[in-house]
Structures are given as C-alpha cells and as structure tokens.
Design a protein around this ligand. Sequence first.
Ligand SMILES: Cc1ncc(C[n+]2csc(CCOP(=O)(O)OP(=O)(O)O)c2C)c(N)n1
Ligand SMILES: [Mg+2]
Length: 804
Amino acid sequence: MQTNPQTNSKLSFEDFKAEIRNDYRIAVTSRECSLLGRREVLTGKAKFGIFGDGKEIPQLAWAKVFKNGDWRSGYYRDQTFMMAIGELTIQQFFAGLYAHANIEADPMSAGRQMGGHFTTHSLNDDGTWKNLTVQKNSSADISPTAGQMPRLLGLAQASKVFRNIKDFKNKSTFSNNGNEVAWGTIGNASTSEGIFWETINAAGVLQVPLVMSVWDDEFGISVHARHQTTKENISEILKGFQRNEEETGYEIIRVRGWDYPSLIEVYKKADEIARNEHVPVLIHVNELTQPQGHSTSGSHERYKSEERLEWEKDFDCIAKMRGWMITNNIAKDEDLTELEKNIKKEVRDSRKTAWDAFIAPQKEEQEEALTLLNNLAESSPNKIFIQKLSDDLSDEKEPLKREVIKVARKALRYVIEEDTVEKKQLQDWIVNYFDINQPKYSTHLYSETANKATSILEVLPTYNDDTELVDGRIILRENFDIILKNYPEVLIFGEDCGAIGDVNQGLEGLQNKYGEHRVADTGIREATIIGQGIGLAMRGLRPIAEIQYLDYIMYCLQIMSDDLATVRYRTLGKQKAPLIIRTRGHRLEGIWHSGSQMGGLIHFLRGMYILVPRNMTKAAGFYNTLLESDEPALLIECLNGYRLKEKMPANFGEFRTPIGVIETIKSGIDITLVSYGSTLRIVEDAAKELLQVGIDAEIIDVQTLLPLDINHELVKSVSKTNRLLIIDEDVPGGASAYILQKILDEQNGYQHLDSKPQTLTAKQHRPPYGTNGDYFSKPQVEDVFEKVYEIMHESNPNKYPKLR
Ligand SMILES: Cc1ncc(C[n+]2csc(CCOP(=O)(O)OP(=O)(O)O)c2C)c(N)n1
Ligand SMILES: [Mg+2]
C-alpha cells in the first residue's frame, strides 16, 4: 500500500486510487448495512441490532495487514473488518440479523448469536481441523464486554509456543512458525473491566504477538468517558506499559479514527512490531463516532449534547475519508455519489435476498400446516374452531416457525377425542417438525464427532506383581510425564506449576524435563489462565490449565461459562476449544479452602464436562481420556488425596477413566448411597459401620457430574434396593438435587422407591475453619450412619428401633 501518491508513478497511482476506492466501497457498504439493519429492527423484521457504524475506517487499515493464519478476538463493532477480509457478505449480515438458523445463510452462528458476533470456521463438518494457516481466523465473539480479552491472550501466545515447541502432527496446518498475530478489539468503555487490565498485564509479561485496538467513541452506551476511564484517556494511563530501551513492555500508539492515511501507517507499524518482534502493541483509536447511537435499543439524542452530535457529524470517519479522497484527487465528488447510489441499491437487493431466503422455507412449512389443518377441520365436528386457527395462520404473510408449530399444536386440542387419519397425519407432522427443527437450535452443545469424550472407552490400569503403594501425587506426576512425552502439543500452566511442580507436586521435576514452554508458572490471574487455555486450544494446541484451588474458580467462572462452555454451541460446531482445566477441591477446612460449589458449576458449565475422581488413579485416567477427545473439561482432584496411598499402575498414559459412567464401589441390598469425590471415603466408612447393625448399603461413585450416568445405571441400583440417599458436601439443593432430578425424573427412579428419596448435604453456610468447623458443617460418618439408619427405621421400626 502506497500512502504518498505524489511520489509514485502514474501506474501505481492508478492502483493506489483503485485500492482506496475499493476501501471506500467497503466502508460505505458496511454503513449502508448498519442503516438498513436498524430499519429492519425498527420495523420488526429483526429483534435487535448493534452495528459497526462510525468505526469503519480504522477497520480497513487493520484488514490490510491481517494475514492468513492471523486471529481476531473482537466485539460487535467489527463488521467492516469482516467484510474487508472477505468473511462477511451483505446477505450474510442480514441473515445474522434475522437469526436464520442455517450455517450456509449465517456462517457466524447459524442464527444462534445476535448479529455482530463474528466467527470463521476452524473445523470441517466432521469436526476435523481445517488448515488454519491458509485462512483468516476470527474466534467466535461473545457479548459480555471485555469477554474477548482472556481468549485473545491465548490466541497470541500460541504463536510464541509454535515457535518454541517441537513438531507435532500437522503442526504446519496450525502455524507458520509462530508468525501469526492475534488482533483484539474493544470499546473504550469496556476497558473499565478487570479482565481488560488482567489481559493487558499478562500479555506484557508474556511478550506475545498481540495487537489491541481500542475503538474510542467516548461513550459506553450513555455513559461518558469521564465515568469510565481515569483521565478519560486509555493510552495515557497505560503509559507505564510502554517499552523502552531497558525494559520490555508494549508499543503504545494513538491515532485518530477518521484519519485514513495515518491509520494505514499505524497498522503497518503495529503489524511489523508484533509479527516480527513478538511484542504486544496497543492502538488507541480515538475520535470515533456512533452515527446511530449505541444500538437499536435507544437513541443517543437522549444523552449526547448538541455540540457532540454536531461534532460526530463533522468527524464521521466515512465523511472525512470522502473529503480526503476528493482533496487528494483520488476521486471526484460525482463519482463517489454514483458509487454510493449503486451501493445503496446493492445493499437493498441483498437484504431482500436474505429476507426471502429466511422466509421462503417458513412459508412452505406454513403451507404444509395449512393443508393439514384444513383437512383436519373437514374431518372434525370442531371444524369451526380449527378453521379459525387455520385462517389466522393463513393471514400471516411472513410466518415464523413459531407461529406455524404453535397453531398446529393447538389444533390437536380440538380433536382429543377423535381418531381420524387427519389427526394422525397432523400428529406425525408435529413429531417430524420437531425432529427437523429442534436440532437447529439445540445441537453441538457437546461434540458430535467420533472423538467426543463419552465415546472414549475405558482402559483399566494394570499392576505388576510387585506393585508398590505410593502417594497419590506420584501417580499424577508419572502420568503427566508420559502425557508430556506422548503429546508434544500439551502444555501445562498455572500458578506454581512450573518451578515447584504445583503446590502438591503433581508436576514435580517436569519443567526441568520438558522446558518452560511446556510446563509454566503464571501470574495470579485465573480469568486469563483460562483465556490462555481457550486461545491455545482454538489454535490446535492441547493446554492443561491449572486453577490452584476450586474456590478460586469463581474468578474465571464467567469466562468458562460464557466463552469456553459455549464455543461449540455458538458456532454450530465450527470452532472448538478442548481445554482441560485442572483444579483441586473438596474437604479441606475453612470458608474458602473447603469449597465444593458443585451445584453452581454444574449449572454454569453445560457444554463442558465436570469430572470428580475419587482418587488420583481415576484422575490420571480422566486426563488420558480427555486427551483422546476433543472437548473441554473441568477436573477436580481431591485436595486431601495427594498423600493417600494408591497402587502404582504399570500402564501410565494408557489407562482411561470413562466419562459419564458410574462405578459401584460396594454392592448392597438395603439402600443405594450415591456420592462422589472425597465424600466417598466417609460414605465407605459409614457403610462398614452400618454392616455392623445389619444394614447392607450399595455405594455408587458417579465419577462425573457432567454428564451424569449416561447409561442410566443408577436407577438399576435403586430398583434393587428401593431406597436412595445422595450424599454430598455441597449446599442443600446443590449437586445432590441435580443427581436426584436425574434419578427420579430422567431415569424414572420414583417407580422403584419404598422410602422417601433423600439428600444429605453440608450446611448452607460455608464451613468454618478447623476440625470442629468441618464437623459441624459437612456430612460426617455419623451423619451418614444416622441418616441411613433413620430411613431403615422408618421402613421397618421393629427391625431397626429408634436410634435417638
Ligand atoms: C459485562 C457486560 N456488562 C454490560 C453489558 C451491556 N453493554 C453492552 S455494550 C456496552 C457499552 C460498551 O461500550 P464501549 O466498550 O465503549 O463500546 P461501544 O459500544 O461504545 O463501541 C454495555 C454497557 C455487556 N454487554 N456486558
Ligand atoms: Mg464506546
């Protein structure tokens, strides 16, 4: 790209003009989409619109330096960039706005995300990786402000890792020796979020090829910069991050968002620094505007002053670029007017094509339903009511699926007592309708590939004749050693994971053996530890990110829930982040370190697996299983299990604990006791004591909470014992209620019960510190004993007289 027309030959000046004209075309096209998009919402065709108007010109400059293999992690203002890199057409833009549930029509999310959330496809239809180095990549956006930041860190770090680790299978399809840059975008107001600062600091520490653009329009919805940012100036207050001769840090650049030639210079420079030197760059793009206000939810005239609104008109980046083109003889006013007119028409036409494509199949469904309804009406004494439904549906000129299926379902109520062919036809049609349509809205929460975690079969640990008993942590360490040897793409990192090999020495000596790029210490920054993991995993690596203790997962729960757990779902299986999160919890003492907030986790993390192994052999087996699969998981090791003795397996790296499969660890006939993790030791002790009073309990370890018992084996135990107690150290109504729902509701366990199914949980407060605090807060052996005894007493008071 030449930026100085005067110094170039006639020919290159022509090329140069053509390129600028093309840029201008993209900018105006994008703007027209925003303008028409807003209208679509206001007229009710689309539900919500948030657009990239006012941010067009910097995105053209960025797109010029964005290369194949690069990654974007941005937010809802980036439509111009996506158009400029060829990943978003006008028609797709509108398909997204209408929520067209078809991946060809809306490649961003098949209608699952609102418009303005951009994605490219990393995976083929069968779930295998595409060659990511020959395409431009955008990690799938999420809505929470600054939520794109943690993942950006990992996307950038991957380049550094690829430069430093040995070859692994297909490495060249993920990276060209780490030459890729990860580009972030964020709004000025969103830089107020903690995870912005956490990411910026971490990227400075790690020195990764990351370029962060801040689109600064002085506002965050209605809230002005004076309420958002100290000194109202993000690049000013970030000055301490600026690198200098002695210290590494950032390159920080400030540029005005309407100044096309300067923007081009700035992005070129940023690209060179990040790509060649692997130094992070922050570009503060200020003086941007919002021509239509924040979104379709309100108008900015309510909170912007007359002067500001006037200034926004004068400094509209497209208007400024237009003026610059005319002043510099790059285009004539009338040419541009003609171009703008043509673009308007093109956008209008494409909008119509997108709408027709969205509505046409629904019209066909409407026709099908109407035929069935009319037939049904003819065959029914309730004809008049059914005909009314049919007429109402027929009046819908632009029907949505919802209207069609709603009416069909309602009509059945008028023929409850009839038995006609027409009724059967409608019933079948409804079943078929859901078979076809429900997947459009519900698939890909978990992997649907051959490698999905629940398809990986169990391999048992084997033991030599002279097997010794070792501390549990040794089993983990030996297994991680083999994992690191067998999978060059595996990286393990977290607080204290590197030099000392984690706080419980499950990684002891492994950094020395495999190097700092494979086994690494991180800062205390849980959200970006997970972000690192997400980004690395999206780029084909296999990160194992450690969160030191389960309690501190709250710091990264948002990013796990909003980002990691939804990657597959929100891209209809076109992206994945098979990150393994390792943590430790259960049964230590104190308000924090005893944490077992499993109820919260199982509800926040649908889309992930939650594994709760009762010992370290089981845990090691889970790691081995997960590495064969393509899905993200949270694995909680028992905090008090590292020094308990276990038999040393002979087949490290090979044995696998199955996911979603329960294990009966003691057979019994009187009552089924269900639990998991550390609590099982208490249950096992109680069961021994119960035997002494003639109660023979069956103990089941669920092993994984998400998913729970995919083979429905729990109900088999209940059908044998007819009694059920679920024991858990979570709060009342937490994970135990979830397990109960699965058994009673999903597995129809209620049919087999002779006694009230019960749960035994911790108190609803957190456990105070110390032995006594634990005793009076969490279920103890005596509690289990007495609860079981009470159930048996109630069922047979003669055999089991009252205990207390
Ligand atoms: C965590 C979170 N809080 C609040 C919101 C609602 N929200 C959406 S955009 C926005 C303002 C963002 O302003 P800014 O970062 O300056 O971006 P701009 O829209 O101005 O480009 C807010 C508050 C959100 N999406 N996520
Ligand atoms: Mg803003």
